[in-house]
Design a protein around this ligand. Structure first.
Ligand SMILES: Cc1cc2nc3c(=O)[nH]c(=O)nc-3n(C[C@H](O)[C@H](O)[C@H](O)COP(=O)(O)OP(=O)(O)OC[C@H]3O[C@@H](n4cnc5c(N)ncnc54)[C@H](O)[C@@H]3O)c2cc1C
Length: 479
């Protein structure tokens, strides 16, 4: 007889492993199945986020930022380094170690919470009297039974037609995180979050980076004023950003015995161009993972993008089958996946799990960092909402001056009549941490005056947040 579980979670990325832990906390008998393999063929739970996404990218961003600081900014502090050198192999090994710590941490959490872990691929086999039968193909094949199934199979990088990833010269995020030698010339197609973060890593380590972006505006989803400031900073750092381009044929070349890539493209004026690079990172979006899941066996419906069709509560068209994270609609963010995982586990337990899509923060971990929550100025204008805006530059913040990092600003948008905060946008140092205050404020439906009246530690970057809130009422104290 097959093993029976109250809840089986397919996928142990941030959506899946968190859903499994929450369901176990709520008293269910839970299993989680994940197929990701580490370099030795063993289990590596944590999904894209832990293995080839959030965690390794931040590890390399930190290493490359340290190198950049040592090479370009330590001298301002009176610290002179002779013969600065880098060891990319060591950087990659450190990154792999950070990933492993996270993989091991999840396996430990499964044990602690009594979640049964299966290393292998799960697919729907059939409906059963008690729920669903799932086939698990790993070291051994077995069938397990589940009353409830939570699908959290995530997403994979989308390739350009005619230019499949070989992870040697045409790279997805996976290959981009394990380039062994700093390429002299690096091309990047797509200037979204992932592309900009990867481009930043290799630019800081010495690559000449050219970004080709099809859209006519830079960071179209970001508040325009913030995006302009970021564009200025990235261009000053040497990132070459071409907007409104059309990418044509991509050819792998072996000129001068050196493997490389040649990209034919047309600039915004319609002029034909060619970009010759040692490596090309393609970062043009991600596709939901449903191949191998066998949704047809039980009649699980997908949308036209191949994402699992769900309602606002992550319910699919099938009773007791749920789906969360990148494999469903909504922003492809780890913390969104986690929130959905928790909410679904609580709904299975008859509770009222809830995800507030309006207060999901976004972060781009470049330098300067970019972070925001809520509506942009363009969105408010388009919706005809009357608003007040307040900005405060880091240039006028004492802590930012002491850090030697005064790029950027904090921007508040508040309702013109009620003063409720509608959006907060930050470009500058530690924006990823500063945005939390805005998320909390918006969750509690605070006004900009609420933030302006709260005592913030001095000297701190968070004083820029308070000052931007004061700016909404045109009464900044330090600018
Ligand atoms: C380079 C990069 C940087 C990123 N940085 C950030 C960041 O800083 N912050 C942020 O919020 N987001 C970031 N993201 C996005 C984030 O990684 C995803 O939003 C998040 O991982 C989605 O979580 P998930 O649980 O839905 O899916 P995933 O993390 O993709 O996990 C899905 C898991 O399911 C497994 N699986 C799939 N099918 C099956 C099957 N049939 N059987 C068994 N297992 C299966 C997969 O192997 C995988 O382990 C980044 C992404 C990339 C690529």
């Amino acid at each position: 007889m097959s093993k029976q579980f109250d809840v089986v979670v397919i996928g142990a990325g941030p959506g899946g492993y968190i859903a499994a832990i929450r369901a176990a906390q709520l008293g269910f008998n839970v299993a989680c199945v994940d197929e990701w393999k580490n370099g030795k063929g063993g289990p590596a739970p944590g999904g894209t986020c832990t293995n080839v996404g959030c965690i390794p990218s931040k590890a390399l961003l930190q290493s490359s930022e340290n190198f950049d600081q040592a090479g370009h900014h330590f001298a301002d502090h009176g610290i002179n380094i002779q013969g600065l050198d880098m060891d990319v192999g060591r950087m990659l090994a450190r990154k792999d170690q950070v990933v492993k710590q996270n993989n091991d941490g999840i396996l430990f959490l499964f044990k602690k919470n009594k979640v049964t872990f299966f290393h292998g691929r799960a697919s729907f086999a059939a409906k059963s009297d008690t729920g669903y039968e799932l086939k698990v193909s790993g070291a051994a094949e077995e069938t397990i039974g589940a009353k409830h199934v939570i699908v959290a199979t995530g997403s994979s990088a989308r390739a350009l037609p005619g230019a499949p990833f070989d992870e040697e010269s045409i790279l997805s995020n996976d290959g981009a995180l394990r380039i062994g030698d700093v390429p002299k010339k690096l091309g990047l197609i797509g200037s979204g979050v992932i592309g900009l973060e990867m481009g930043s890593v290799w630019r800081r380590l010495g690559a000449q980076v050219t970004v080709l972006e099809a859209l006519p505006t830079f960071l179209g989803a970001v508040d325009e004023q913030i995006a302009k400031e970021a564009h200025k900073a990235f261009t000053k750092q040497g990132l070459k950003i071409e907007l409104g381009v059309k990418v044509g044929e991509i050819k792998k070349s072996t000129g001068s015995g050196q493997a490389g890539v040649s990209v034919a493209w047309t600039n915004a004026k319609g002029e034909a161009q060619t970009l010759e690079v040692d490596k090309l990172i393609v970062s043009i979006g991600r596709v939901p993972n449903t191949i191998g899941l066998n949704p047809e066996a039980v009649g699980l419906k997908l949308d036209e993008r191949g994402a699992i069709l769900v309602d606002d509560e992550c319910k699919t068209n099938l009773a007791n089958v749920w789906a969360v994270g990148d494999v469903v609609r909504g922003p492809m963010l780890a913390h969104k996946a986690e929130e959905e995982g928790v909410a679904v586990a609580e709904r299975i337990a008859g509770q009222h799990g809830h995800v507030n899509f309006n207060t999901i923060p976004w972060v781009i971990y470049t330098s300067p960092e970019i972070a925001w929550v809520g509506q942009t100025e363009q969105q408010l204008k388009a919706a005809g909402v009357k608003y007040k805006a307040g900005t405060f530059p880091f240039m006028a913040n004492g802590r930012a001056r002491a850090l030697g990092d005064t790029t950027g600003m904090v921007k508040f948008l508040a309702d013109a009549a009620t003063d409720e905060i509608l959006g907060v946008h930050i470009v500058g140092p530690m924006a990823s941490e500063l945005i939390s205050e805005a998320v909390v404020a918006m969750e509690f439906r605070a006004s900009s005056e609420d933030i302006a009246r709260i005592c913030h530690a001095h000297p701190s970057l968070s004083e820029a947040t308070k000052e931007a809130a004061l700016a909404v009422d045109k009464r900044t104290l330090n600018f």
